[in-house]
Design a protein around this ligand. Structure first.
Ligand SMILES: Nc1ncnc2c1ncn2[C@@H]1O[C@H](COP(=O)(O)OP(=O)(O)O)[C@@H](O)[C@H]1O
Ligand SMILES: [Mg+2]
Length: 456
């Protein structure tokens, strides 16, 4: 069974159910045995036996006989002396006690002349009780009481009700118990999912972390772990930011020196190679800086952005670039189906869209089009960038958003040079604007990158 809740719930319930069934069965056998005893019990035999014992062995003999007989049967046998007390000194059932006292306290029946029973008010015509007469003429009254049948009778009366109640109670107990165990587990799962998605602020300390037991300790440990991860990640970003900054100054000085050299000696192959490589280096450092900037807190404020105008401008720029550099006659077409306004960081959104459109152009075959569409519904706007290239292997679809990840196709193609940072930056930028970005292959071929952003 995969579900922990169901497993715990069923085990508890099973245990409770088995206990109830075992108790029920043993109760049933016990009551059956009592029944058996009652049916097999011959009152007259017992009375005769008691009479013989009393006659031969006296009261003490009767006492030990009663003790032995009593321990062998569930049927209760009382032998009561004239004082109304049991000869074994046991407490009589209350109603019997009251009744017998009234009965015995009365003098024994005297026969009148005509051998009739004396007509005294409280005397009953015949005593419904067995009496034994001892050797000293002492009279003992013997009372045989079967086990009170009330429980059995009750059980028979309400058997289905009891089964129903048992089921209800056992189900509720099992459910509550399982829930008490599972609920913190679910909270932990929610927290770990949040942590794995980069939300390191998710705190359990305010909820189950307040508990004093092991679960509370575990929750506090998890919070502590998230804090440590956050610190490590902050340090890493800080480090890459510092390195990039430190690299920028010598690079700038190198480019000044390069310009001077070019002026002195004129353009040579080696110098122009140094120039293009230093430009790439500068771009890479710029990308690392943008990435670390987006990873941290953004200091500027969000602004209202007319997305249609922004996309239009980007498309125009890329088209101009394509024409001037002659990239295989690729054309970017912008289809505006809405005029959405969003609240966001302009530099982040511009960078992301520009990057995605450039990627599409770079991965497009000759004389093809890149289609950019802008749509909106009540809550959000959707930008799609579709190309007619080869698309991406399914297994790499998620990974293209990882920093420095380049697809195997790109790595094998000498013309496709890149750092693998572009889409990682784009994803961070869109996330900073509370949006979402995803990639999928189109049925007709090519890749579609889809961005959704909440409207202002
Ligand atoms: N439109 C596309 N079609 C096919 N592959 C793409 C497309 N866009 C991006 N990729 C691949 O995804 C990977 C990551 O892209 P990106 O982060 O922009 O890195 P790069 O700096 O190499 O362009 C790259 O290896 C690139 O080849
Ligand atoms: Mg790119």
């Amino acid at each position: 069974m995969r579900n922990l809740f169901a497993r715990i719930f069923l085990s508890f319930w099973l245990i409770i159910l088995i206990t109830i069934i075992v108790a029920g069965i043993s109760g049933y056998y016990y009551s059956n045995r009592i029944d058996e005893h009652i049916t097999n019990f011959e009152v007259s035999d017992t009375v005769i036996e008691a009479g013989v014992i009393l006659e031969n062995q006296g009261l003490s003999g009767l006492r030990s006989w009663l003790g032995r007989t009593q321990s062998a049967t569930p049927i209760r046998i009382f032998i009561i002396d004239r004082g109304g007390r049991d000869i074994l000194g046991r407490q009589l059932p209350q109603d019997i006690d009251r009744w017998i006292k009234r009965f015995i306290s009365f003098p024994p029946p005297r026969m009148d002349r005509r051998n009739r029973i004396a007509r005294q008010r409280n005397l009953m015509p015949a005593r419904p009780l067995t009496q034994l007469v001892g050797p000293d003429n002492q009279i003992y009254t013997m009372i045989v009481l079967p086990e009170p049948p009330t429980y059995e009778w009750m059980l028979k009366q309400s058997r289905s009700l009891i089964i129903l109640l048992t089921l209800l109670v056992s189900i509720s107990i099992s459910y509550l118990l399982s829930r008490a165990i599972i609920q913190p587990v679910r909270q932990f799962r929610k927290a770990t999912i949040a942590i794995s998605q980069g939300d390191l602020d998710s705190h359990l300390g305010d909820t189950i972390g307040k508990r004093q037991d092991e679960i509370g300790k575990l929750a506090r440990d998890l919070d502590e772990m998230a804090k440590k991860i956050q610190e490590a990640s902050d340090q890493q970003i800080e480090l890459s930011r510092n390195i990039s900054h430190e690299l920028r100054s010598p690079l700038a000085r190198m480019r000044v020196a390069l310009e001077l050299a070019q002026r002195k000696t004129g353009e040579t192959y080696e110098l122009s190679r140094i120039e293009s490589e230093s430009k790439k280096l500068d771009k890479l450092i710029g990308q690392i800086l943008s990435y670390s900037k987006l990873k941290g807190e953004i200091e500027e404020n969000k602004k209202k952005i007319d997305l249609a105008a922004l996309v239009h401008e980007i498309v125009d720029n890329v088209n101009f670039e394509c024409k001037s550099t002659g990239i295989d006659d690729v054309e970017v077409i912008f289809q505006k189906n809405a005029q959405p306004v969003i609240n966001g960081f302009t530099f982040a959104i511009t960078g992301a869209i520009e990057n995605i459109i450039r990627n599409a152009v770079h991965h497009s075959p000759k004389k093809s089009v890149v289609r950019v569409t802008l749509d909106a519904d009540k809550q959000s706007t959707i930008i799609k960038v579709q190309d007619q290239g080869k698309g991406i292997n399914k297994g790499e679809m998620e990974k293209i958003f990882y920093p420095f990840y380049r697809t195997s196709d790109a790595k094998n193609d000498k013309n496709k040079k890149g750092s693998g940072l572009g889409l990682a930056i784009a994803k961070l930028a869109i996330k900073k604007n509370s949006g979402n970005i995803e990639a999928y292959n189109l049925d007709e071929g090519g890749l579609c990158i889809q961005i959704s952003l909440p409207l202002a």
